[in-house]
Design a protein around this ligand. Sequence first.
Ligand SMILES: [Zn+2]
Length: 485
Amino acid sequence: MKYKSIVVAVLLSLMHSHSMAVDIDKLQLPEMGDSAGSLISPLEERMLGAAFFRNLHNQAVINQDLEIQQYIESIGQTLAANSDTPTSPFHFFVVMDPNINAFAGPGGYIGVNSGLILLTEAESELASVMAHEIAHVTQRHLYRSIEKASKMSIPTVAATLAAILIGTQSPSMGQAALMAVQAGNIQFQIDFTREHEKEADRVGMQTLSLANYDPRSMPTFFERLQQSTRYYGKGVPEFLRTHPMSENRVADTRGRAETYPYRQYPDTIGYLLAKTKLAVLTESDKRINIQHFSALLQQGTPLQRAIAQYGLGLVELESLRFETASQIFQQLSEQFPEQPQYLTALARSASEAKQYEKAHAIFTKAVRKFPNNDAIKIEFTRSLMKSGQAQQAKDLLLSLSDSQKNQPFYFEILAQLFAELKQPGESHRYTAEYYYAVGQTEEAITQIRLGKQVDNLSYQLMAILNDRLNYFMSELEEQKEQRRR
Ligand SMILES: [Zn+2]
């Protein structure tokens, strides 16, 4: 397909008069091909990445299902550990969007659309796309492709990048450039070039192979991507817009893949279960899933049939037929006792049928058996909350691992629990954190102000609220200033 250069505006520069102040005038853009390490410091990159991720929530639905999140994170980290920069930070997440896309933002934030995951027919295909995105990060393509930098703040850059990469803003249009002009009369160019694509394919394939996935899956999936355009005529998949596919790219990749010895690469159960759950979560027409899973029941290995049963069970659960769902999950969890997803689904069936005693007995057993599994704890927390046991729910929520404690769902549930526990100051505090985490800083400020009006706040909570208010205000001020410039 034809090469498109994407003129967009963006950029990097730096903010904050706080301790991380950077003298913008001293920033030198590297030559193309430079290591680019000088363009942005690791701290600035982390801040930009976090701002980028918060902003994405304004423009896309980010998956909040922890089982799916755990899966994408585990496959992503396995690949990252086999990349050129195994120690740099990576964050993986699923975007609930039927468009076929995956993207690498700043700070190692890599998103994969549900549409792309559902298009894969093998785990190695998904891994090949993720390895390609990881390579864009390790080769610093985003930074290398930026041609002009200027005084745009991190929040502005983060918002612009989010819009481009998620595809709400067509990269081939002047729209993005227009937004940049409005944001600061600055032209900033990001090229998604053929050279970068080739490099990401080459480096990505090494990672793929080192991480024990099938290198041949890369050309196979690229071919399917191109075919999906032809068959469905839905236009070019977003992935191909931001990752231009030259005529010989598939052939090159195929040639390179053939140099690896041939062998079988079976899918993990984690992949099959996550994909099945995603299919149920994203397809509103239940009949399609019932047909699909019923057909799978007639073929395949016992493991594949169990996956199809799991899919049918989830459809039953969504259809509020708790008894049938419960029977399916009971059988599966007896047959595969080491699979936490089946036990969790069994407990959920009881909880949604409002059989809380039964549900909590199963959850308790599951937590004991899989003590580090946050997905079970979060479902147990929700169930305790529904049954009116807010204090127990809060204690359990606080026992989640630290990596969950900056996620929107964590703040949202905590805010609800504090409301039920009649602690409105804390409730406003965490509602504010929720809004901030999803890129709505003005709403966050409103919540902090409401929190400060609550009677009899402790000195400690008041100090926290004041501190957060200052922080949110300074970020907002910076965004506004950017618009005025
Ligand atoms: Zn690419």
